[in-house]
Design a protein around this ligand. Structure first.
Ligand code: AMP
Length: 443
């Protein structure tokens, strides 16, 4: 088995790894031949669909998914997801990643990076079906993310992109039922695993999941894994996968501190490097304001702000769990429709809360950075920094929840004499100065 794996991904001593050649997908015929597709990994649901049904007019400066060598069954899912043109990171990475090259990508949430790496991985797996005798707990693709929320969002996108295939996606994340995940590993064909580091390592050490046949590894939000202390776990996981010359590795990070640069070099093989400067840092669609207040003014000012904002969908960030709890109690006391999203809330509850926030049945979400990171909810009208974050990058992530997709958004940050010192650093990070309104005299 191991030999076959090596044969499928020949290695080279030269600067470029020799990739297996990509199948050419005939964009005129619609349906593809499935001669080399074993029953375990392919589905016929693409049969009645043809690329002719996915008409997207060429547009200057934009790439269409049609323009790349992507199997029809993936294109069909892309169409069903409502995507037409590639985002910048997709257009910049797909030519290399579809050819099997490694990637170091600088991009953050909101750029479309998830679909970028998933489309490359899924296309490759469809073109090169797994050995028919592969045991079911040997995944082909491994995606590691720092938080459960992010992992579940990636899994959700992977489910959508594999909908017209027989590729199966399994999430191995902490804080959710261990037994259910173990039983999936025992009973299902596991093609793609989306995982948080701790839970994955647990399963891998117990040999419930075997990583030595992984063909493609994605490390998402590597900088966050570093700041959350996950790097030792990730190192142990990477050591269980095939050597970097025999796997494809894609690493994404919003920032590249020295440690991440070193790990990226260590884990990838002659990678392509792509950087998409986050639009969020210079997002003109966000009206940013700082309210300079005394500590005791924060709550009354916030209450007035929320009560006067016509039920706008709002996220309030605080730095610590006890702060979120305290705020949540105060908001409830003021009859404001709210919920809490912090690390101390059970995973099940967090998923449900997010769904209720998305469907509009909750107006205000109180969150910490970890819980709030990577949330995809469109049309958030207001982001409040009840406490300024300690890391300026968190400010960028927080306010990036609003003003998306061309909509206007607003962010209000409270600054007191205890934390105002961070403002210049934030302004340097976003490359702009933020309007300040002094509330102190209103006391
Ligand atoms: P991400 O940066 O991967 O977290 O993606 C942000 C959001 O953009 C997600 O809701 C995706 O489903 C969506 N998205 C990704 N690619 C595209 C695209 N090409 N066109 C439209 N929406 C997209």
């Amino acid at each position: 088995m191991e030999k076959q794996q090596e044969a499928a991904r020949p290695t080279s001593k030269g600067p470029k790894r020799q990739r297996r050649p990509r199948r050419k997908h005939n964009k005129n015929s619609g349906n593809e031949t499935k001669a080399n597709a074993p029953a375990t990994t392919e589905k016929d649901s693409g049969e009645l669909w043809s690329i002719d049904q996915f008409q997207v007019a060429p547009a200057e400066g934009k790439s269409r998914f049609h323009d790349f060598n992507i199997p029809d069954r993936v294109l069909k899912s892309i169409q069903e997801m409502g995507f037409e043109y590639c985002s910048e990171i997709q257009a910049a990475t797909l030519p290399a990643t579809l050819e099997g090259y490694d990637l170091i990508g600088q991009a953050q949430t909101g750029t479309g990076k998830t679909a970028a790496f998933l489309i490359a991985m899924i296309s490759d797996f469809l073109d090169y079906p797994a050995d028919a005798d592969r045991p079911n707990n040997f995944p082909r693709g491994l995606i590691i993310a720092p938080t459960r929320e992010l992992a579940l969002q990636i899994a959700d996108e992977a489910d959508k992109l594999t909908k017209n295939t027989n590729l199966n996606v399994v999430s191995l994340v902490g804080g959710m039922s261990y037994d259910k995940q173990r039983s999936q590993l025992e009973t299902e064909y596991v093609d793609l695993v989306v995982a948080t580091p701790g839970r994955l390592l647990d399963f891998a050490r117990n040999k419930k999941v075997m990583l030595n046949k992984v063909e493609c590894v994605v490390l998402d939000e590597a900088d966050r894994m570093l700041s959350m202390g996950f790097i030792p776990d990730v190192k142990s996981i990477i050591r269980m996968t095939p050597h970097k010359e025999r796997r494809q590795t894609m690493l994404f990070s919003a920032t590249f501190p020295k440690d991440i640069q070193a790990l990226a070099r260590q884990w990838t093989y002659y990678p392509k490097e792509v950087s998409v400067v986050p639009k969020e840092t210079t997002n003109k669609n966000i009206d940013q304001v700082i309210y300079t207040v005394e500590a005791e003014q924060k709550w009354p000012v916030l209450k007035t702000l929320i009560e006067g904002n016509d039920g706008q969908r709002t996220i309030i960030f605080a730095n610590r769990r006890d702060e979120t709890r305290d705020l949540y109690e105060k908001l409830k006391g003021a009859n404001i429709n709210c919920a809490i999203l912090s690390g101390e809330v059970t995973q099940d509850k967090r998923v449900k809360t997010l769904a209720r926030f998305k469907d509009g049945s909750i107006q205000v979400l109180v969150a910490t950075d970890v819980a709030g990171r990577g949330i995809h909810v469109d049309n958030i009208e207001l982001v409040v920094n009840y406490t300024l974050p300690e890391d300026p990058e968190d400010y960028v992530h927080r306010i990036g929840r609003t003003g998306r997709g061309g909509e206007m958004g607003k962010s209000v940050s409270f600054a007191t004499e205890n934390d105002a010192f961070i403002i210049p650093e934030i302004e340097a990070t976003i490359g702009a100065s933020i309007r300040c309104e002094y509330m102190i005299e209103q006391k």
